[in-house]
Design a protein around this ligand. Structure first.
Ligand code: GAP
Length: 497
């Protein structure tokens, strides 16, 4: 069976749209850019992805606590975190047609020069010097100014209680740090995880679900004593290979290096075991959700891109059909957030150690984007199988929206009733769907298109010997299995794939 994968075409996006993974938000009113809704199969895929992440980064760890905090937070939180003053993008507007552009993106697209971190005045100067004009009407561009990406709201009818939709889930963790300590009696090092929706008023949402105004994040804040350098579980992952694009190679040949997590720390490329632990776990996790080792790398962010308080940021980037793009931000945030919340709130957020001394913990943070990762999974799992005559998503079985489709061969002679029986049995254990419309070939095609690993057909033999036909999505091979053995057989197959 030849499965061709057409990288570079947008076949996977068309298929995902057609099969209702995502819909543009408020489509009947023309849609809103940068906002998407999940359809039934998209939501199942997202849930399974989250479950897998939770298993990997929360449940398999002994000392990571998950919390869920408010989506709206008062202005004071973002004053302390620095978002009020620094969560900004440079923009410029066309004086003729009023189109708005992200100034850094526009300059980089036209001049191919990297301008991130430059001041608005410097960008204005480049626009004037290089004669950059509006890409839509060639009009003159206004001076560059800054725009805060947070979405503002008011908590009282008088409008004097300003609040913001959270731009990251992390601040909900920092402001609850004391509550967490009291409730869990956790000892350093430990982690706190949170997942949920974050909001950013992106100036130019683009690339389908890549740059959104409302998106979902999964974040862990790993708190540790900066005087201790050993991650308690580092041994478990020290030999895991990670691909790193170092700062040096970004300035020279652009080639990444493959190192073990241990080597990356010993060579001083990754600042500590805590950060290296997450890079290794992410390398394992991304391969378990259907990406190949070659599809992603960790880019050490350049000094000019790194926040002043950070001691090292490593972006997990996927090689998408449009180029490399960040999917997970890994940051060594030091004690920046806790320190600022102590200063602004007056609440002591230090931790008392065994010897009675106090420390403000340092933090390593992996911050995962759900929609960007799903884009990567769809791209990686998409196959255009010319031989079988239709496209499919070859999702890992534990990620597939549905585990199996159940089909009666014909809608007569009691086969439907038998198929419904099988459906009811399997539904207690797996996400399954029932389909009795169209030819069996069409039903296989529909199941493959949404990435269903198994199809179960109930035929005339089923009535005689209680066996069904089990079809494997990837090989299309079929085998006879007794109904009473189905749950065990499918469970074993899922584990072995
Ligand atoms: N707490 C740190 C933080 O939020 P970030 O690098 O700004 O770091 C983390 O975001 C991840 O969230 C990104 O790697 C990306 O996957 C996702 N993300 C950020 N902005 C996004 C947007 N506008 N649309 C979709 N995903 C976004």
């Amino acid at each position: 069976m030849v499965i061709e994968k057409e990288k570079g075409t947008k076949g996977f996006i068309d298929l995902a749209k057609r099969r209702g993974f995502f819909w543009q938000s408020s489509e009947i009113y023309g849609g809103v850019s940068g906002m998407f809704d999940y359809g039934p199969v998209g939501l199942l895929l997202k849930r399974k992805f989250i479950n897998k992440w939770r298993k990997f980064f929360v449940e398999q760890e002994n000392d990571v606590y998950e919390i869920e905090t408010s989506l709206i937070q008062p202005e004071k939180v973002f004053d302390a975190s620095g978002h009020l003053s620094s969560f900004i993008d440079p923009i410029t507007q066309c004086k003729k047609c009023n189109s708005i552009f992200r100034a850094d993106n526009l300059i980089e697209e036209i001049t191919k020069e990297f301008v991130e971190g430059k001041k608005p005045e410097e960008m204005t100067e480049i626009i004037r010097e290089k004669g950059i004009r509006c890409t839509k009407c060639k009009g003159e561009l206004a001076d560059v100014k800054v725009f805060n990406l947070m979405l503002k709201t008011f908590l009282s009818p008088t409008g004097d209680e300003i609040a913001y939709l959270r731009p990251e889930t992390a601040q909900g963790i920092f402001v609850n740090f004391k509550n967490i300590l009291v409730a869990t009696r956790a000892k350093l090092p430990f982690g706190v995880a949170q997942l949920g929706t974050s909001f950013r008023n992106e100036i130019s949402p683009r690339q389908w679900i890549i740059r959104l105004r409302a998106f979902n994040q999964m974040e862990v804040e790993w708190f540790f004593n900066p005087k201790e350098s050993n991650h308690p579980k580092f041994k478990e992952i020290e030999n895991v290979k990670i691909r790193i694009l170092t700062r040096e190679s970004q300035k020279t040949n652009g080639k990444d290096v493959t190192l073990t997590a241990k080597e990356a720390v010993e060579k001083g490329i990754v600042p500590n075991q805590y950060l290296a632990y997450y890079l290794a776990k992410e390398a394992q996790f991304y391969q378990s959700v259907g990406l190949t080792f070659e599809m992603f790398r960790f880019r050490h962010m350049l000094p000019e891109e790194t926040p002043h308080y950070s001691k090292g940021n490593f972006d997990l980037e996927i090689n998408f059909d449009f180029g490399w793009k960040e999917v997970v931000g890994n940051a060594y945030r030091t004690d920046h957030d806790l320190k600022n919340h102590i200063k602004k709130s007056g609440v002591d957020l230090s931790v008392t150690l065994g010897d009675g001394s106090k420390v403000i913990p340092h933090v390593v943070e992996p911050s995962f984007g759900i929609e960007r990762t799903i884009y990567g999974i769809l791209l990686s799992c998409y196959k255009d199988d010319k031989e079988r005559g239709w496209e499919l998503f070859a999702f890992p079985p534990d990620l597939a929206p549905y585990t199996a489709g159940i089909f009666p061969l014909v809608n007569k002679d009691g086969l439907q009733e038998k198929a419904e029986e099988v459906f009811k049995i399997l539904k207690k254990h797996f996400d399954v769907f029932y389909d009795d419309r169209g030819s069996i070939g069409k039903r296989y095609a529909r199941a493959d298109e949404i990435g269903t690993p198994f199809c179960i057909t109930i035929d005339y033999d089923t009535k005689d010997d209680d066996t069904i036909t089990l079809r494997d999505r990837d090989s299309t091979k079929q085998s006879r299995v007794k109904i009473k053995d189905l749950i065990e057989t499918i469970s074993k197959l899922i584990k072995s794939m």
